[in-house]
Design a protein around this ligand. Structure first.
Ligand SMILES: [Zn+2]
Length: 499
C-alpha cells in the first residue's frame, strides 16, 4: 500500500484578533516546526502526535509512506489567507508529485478557520479528494475539539477523533486511523466508499466541562470503541470547540460503516447518551479573588496542591496567555506557596534576561492583549532559553521551544514568563525556570483541562472566571454564524463571580 501523509493543524478561536500567520506555522512551539518530505518522520518521531502514531502503524504494517508536509500553529485567530493557501498548495503539489497512491492520511484538527474559508478543514479534505482517484481512500484523524462539517465527512472515508481530554491518546488515534483505513480500503478498491452519518448536539459544552477524567465525559467515551466492529469501521464523538463562530460549532458524532443504517444507528445511540447528560455539563466558576481564596482554603485543609484553571486565557483555546486578573489577585492575597504560569510576554522575558538572576526590576508584565498589565517590583529568580523536553503524559517527549524564559517573584508569587504562548499543561514548563510546582500550595495554570494529565495528583481544581478570549459562558460571545437553535450551556457561578 502506498500512502501519502500530511498534517495541517490549527484550532481557530474566531473571537481572537491575533491571526495565525505563516511564521506561526513555520516555527517550533510545543510541536515541531513546518517540515516537508523526508524531514517529516524524524521530526515527529517520539511525539504524542496523531501523525506519529499513524506513521508507526504504517511502518509496522510494511506500507510505503510518502511524507508530504506537516505543520501546526498554536491556537489563535483565523489562519491568514496567505498561510492557508500556501500550505494547501504545497500539500497538493507534493501529493501530485508522489504519483498514484492507495490512500491519503491527513493529520487535521477539525476546527480550523481561515480568513477566507470558514470550513478550513473541509476545504483541505475536499481539495485532496479532488486531486486523487476514486479508488484512493482519504482518511483523517481529528482533535477531540473538532467542529465537524458536512464537507469534511463527504470528502473523507474515515474521520477518527481523539477520545481523551487531556489528549493523552493522540498517537493512539493515529494508530486507530490506520486501522480504519485498512478496514475501508478493500471496499474502496472495489468502488464502494463506506456509508457515513453525521449528527449534531443541540447544545454547546464549555471546554472546562469536557474532561474525560470526570463524568459525564468519562462514561460517554468509555463505550465508544465497543460500537466499532466488522461492519462499523469508525465512530467518533467530537466535543467541539466553542469559541469558533461557525455553523457547525459544537459536539458532533460521525460514523463510517458498511451500510447507512449501521452508521446512522451508531450516531443516534451516541447522541442520545450525550443529550441525556446535558445537565451534568456545568461547573462552579470563581472570580479571581474568590478562586485564590478557595484554592488556599482547600490546600490548607487537604495539605496538598490545588490547581486554579485560568481557562479563559488558555493559549490552547486561542487565549493570549497574558492576562493578569489572577496574578493581581494572587499578589494582593500575599500568601506563600503560590505560582502562576505561563505568561506570554517576550518583552518582560528579554528584560529579565538582560537584568540577570537576582536583579530587582520594576515590571509591567502581561496585559498586552487587553491593556491591563501587572505593574510592580519583581525579582528575577531564574532564566532559561525555553528549550526543554516535556515530561507529562500528554506532552511527554515533545521538544518545547518557548523562546527566552524567566521566573519572577512578584510580591510572594512565583511567575513563569515565556516569549511564546503555550498552554501550561506540563510541569516541565515551570521547572525549566526553577519553579517546583509540587512544592506550591496553589498553582495557577493558563489551561482549561490539559493540565489535569500532569497534575493528576492535585487535591482539587478551582475554575476561575478571569479575563480572556475563551469564556465559559458562551452567551458573552457574539456568534453570527452558529445555528440559531443551539443551546449555550448553563453555567454555575460561585460566590464573588460576575453574573
Ligand atoms: Zn483539543
Amino acid at each position: 500500500m502506498r500512502v501519502a501523509v500530511a498534517g495541517f493543524v490549527h484550532e481557530t478561536n474566531t473571537f481572537s484578533p491575533h491571526p495565525a500567520t505563516m511564521d506561526r506555522f513555520a516555527e517550533a512551539d510545543g510541536w515541531p516546526p513546518l517540515v516537508t518530505g523526508s524531514e517529516l518522520p524524524p521530526a515527529l518521531a517520539g511525539s504524542n502526535l496523531p501523525a506519529t502514531g499513524f506513521l508507526e502503524a504504517a511502518r509496522l504494517d510494511g506500507a510505503e509512506v510518502l511524507p508530504l508536509l506537516w505543520c501546526s500553529a498554536v491556537p489563535s485567530g483565523p489562519v491568514t489567507r496567505e498561510a492557508y493557501d500556501a500550505i494547501l498548495a504545497w500539500m497538493l503539489e507534493r501529493l501530485q508529485a508522489a504519483g498514484p497512491v492507495d490512500a491519503v492520511y491527513l493529520d487535521l484538527h477539525g476546527a480550523m478557520v481561515a480568513e477566507h474559508e470558514r470550513d478550513g478543514d473541509g476545504a483541505v479534505l475536499a481539495a485532496v479528494r479532488a486531486e486523487v482517484e476514486a479508488s484512493t481512500a482519504v482518511v483523517a484523524s481529528l482533535d477531540f475539539h473538532a467542529n465537524v462539517s458536512g464537507a469534511m465527512v463527504d470528502a473523507s472515508d474515515a474521520l477518527v477523533a481523539f477520545r481523551t481530554y487531556p489528549h493523552v491518546d493522540m498517537a493512539a488515534t493515529g494508530r486507530r486511523t490506520y486501522a480504519a483505513l485498512k478496514a475501508v480500503l478493500p471496499g474502496i478498491r472495489d468502488g464502494r466508499r463506506p456509508a457515513r452519518a453525521l449528527g449534531r448536539s443541540p447544545f454547546l459544552v464549555p471546554l472546562v466541562c469536557q474532561s474525560t477524567d470526570a463524568e459525564p465525559g468519562r462514561r460517554l467515551y468509555a463505550g465508544l470503541g465497543d460500537r466499532e466492529g466488522p461492519s462499523v469501521y469508525a465512530t467518533s464523538l467530537a466535543m467541539g470547540f466553542p469559541p469558533a463562530d461557525t455553523w457547525e460549532t459544537g459536539p458532533s458524532v460521525v460514523s463510517y460503516a458498511e451500510t447507512e443504517p449501521a452508521a446512522r444507528q451508531a450516531v443516534a445511540a451516541v447522541l442520545a447518551q450525550l443529550e441525556a447528560a446535558e445537565a451534568e455539563f456545568a461547573v462552579p466558576l470563581h472570580a479571581p479573588e474568590s478562586a485564590i481564596a478557595e484554592a488556599l482554603r482547600i490546600a490548607d485543609a487537604s495539605g496538598g496542591l490545588v490547581v486554579v484553571a485560568d481557562t479563559r486565557d488558555n493559549p490552547g483555546a486561542g487565549g493570549a496567555g497574558d492576562t493578569t486578573g489572577l496574578l493581581t489577585a494572587a499578589v494582593k492575597r500575599d500568601a506563600e506557596g503560590v505560582a502562576i504560569g505561563v505568561l506570554a510576554d517576550p518583552d518582560t522575558a528579554a528584560r529579565a534576561t538582560q537584568a540577570g538572576v537576582g536583579a530587582e526590576i520594576t515590571v509591567s508584565v502581561g496585559g498586552r492583549s487587553d491593556g491591563r498589565p501587572y505593574v510592580g517590583p519583581a525579582r528575577v529568580t531564574a532564566l532559561g532559553d525555553g528549550r526543554f523536553t516535556a515530561t507529562g503524559p500528554m506532552f511527554g517527549g515533545s521538544h518545547m521551544d518557548l523562546g527566552p524564559m524567566a521566573a519572577l517573584r512578584c510580591g510572594r508569587v512565583a511567575v513563569a514568563v515565556a516569549s511564546r504562548r503555550m498552554q501550561a499543561a506540563d510541569r516541565s514548563m515551570f521547572r525549566h525556570v526553577g519553579i517546583e510546582p509540587d512544592a506550591q500550595r496553589v498553582v495557577i495554570v493558563k489551561s482549561s483541562v490539559h493540565f489535569r494529565a500532569d497534575f493528576a495528583h492535585a487535591k482539587a481544581v478551582v475554575v476561575a472566571d478571569a479575563p480572556g478570549l475563551n469564556p465559559v459562558n458562551h452567551d458573552t460571545l457574539d456568534y453570527q454564524h452558529l445555528r440559531s437553535s443551539v443551546r449555550r450551556m448553563p453555567v454555575v457561578h460561585a460566590s464573588g463571580a460576575p453574573g
